[in-house]
Design a binder for this molecule. Structure first.
Ligand code: HEM
Length: 225
């Protein structure tokens, strides 16, 4: 059997790209459901109830697997690259666009994103969905709005979350472009297009989440709801 997916560097990059694109799709869905917070408590409750449907919850292990594969392959690729290059980070002194700051720091940026995901899961998922899986009572969808509002009204959490979206922005600008290049969009025309589409995508995600966080942190929710 041809195990090129595991044995070759391009195979490993392909797995990174596909799992990364899958996680980007999750981010878009997550942002869409979270935007209902801006509409009001009832709208967000309806969004949470939809996410609690069995047809959606069945996706949770698949999402977790997507994260695990992405992280394991990231560690593996970084280790292989370091081994290949030895102590010389970049042999050429020239700074090309492909060695942008984000591209050189993808692993560290990924670690920051992952670290805050752990905090984020303890804030929400551990209180809402995990108890369901454990067969105990969690925070119901009707109180999910207040749970989010209480976290973001704490200025320390608001700042930590916004720094997190910044790291996510850098990670996505490079990740989006790199993933699509790996799956075949690698000619000169697509090079610049994808750079821009990646920046636009990352900005929509990071600004979207920042807007929701500031909505509560600055007390706008109390004025409109
Ligand atoms: C305004 C920002 C955000 C809000 C208000 C928010 C809210 C939530 C809530 C309420 C849950 C629990 C859902 C449930 O258990 O039913 C959750 C889960 C989760 N969030 Fe976020 N989130 C935000 C940003 C992010 C970002 C930026 C990421 C990834 C980088 C992320 C990744 C996750 C993951 C992986 C889960 C667990 C899977 C799931 O329950 O869907 N979240 N989030």
């Amino acid at each position: 059997m041809n195990l090129f997916i595991f044995n070759s560097s391009i195979g490993r990059k392909l797995i990174m790209s596909l799992s990364g694109l899958f996680l980007m799709l999750f981010l878009l869905i997550h942002l869409t459901v979270n935007s209902l917070l801006l509409v009001g408590p009832e709208a967000f409750q309806a969004g949470c109830e939809f996410m609690e449907l069995p047809v959606v919850t069945i996706m949770v292990p698949i999402l977790a697997a997507g994260f695990i594969v992405h992280i394991i392959y990231a560690a593996w690729l970084t280790w292989q690259n370091r081994k290949a290059r030895g102590s010389v980070a970049y042999a050429s002194g020239k700074k090309s666009e492909t060695t942008s700051w984000a591209s050189k720091n993808m692993f560290v940026l990924g670690l920051v994103v992952l670290g805050v995901i752990a905090i984020h899961l303890s804030h929400f998922w551990a209180k809402m969905q995990l108890p369901h899986f454990m067969g105990t009572e969690g925070v119901p969808a009707s109180q999910a709005y207040d749970l989010v509002a209480n976290i973001f009204r704490n200025p320390c959490w608001a700042v930590i979350y916004i720094i997190w979206y910044g790291a996510l922005w850098f990670h996505l600008t490079h990740g989006f472009w790199s993933a699509l290049q790996t799956i075949g969009f690698n000619n000169t025309t697509w090079y610049y297009r994808l750079r821009w589409i990646g920046i636009i995508f990352a900005t929509i995600v990071a600004f979207g989440f920042t807007g929701i966080t500031l909505f509560f942190a600055l007390g706008v929710d109390k004025l409109v709801h």
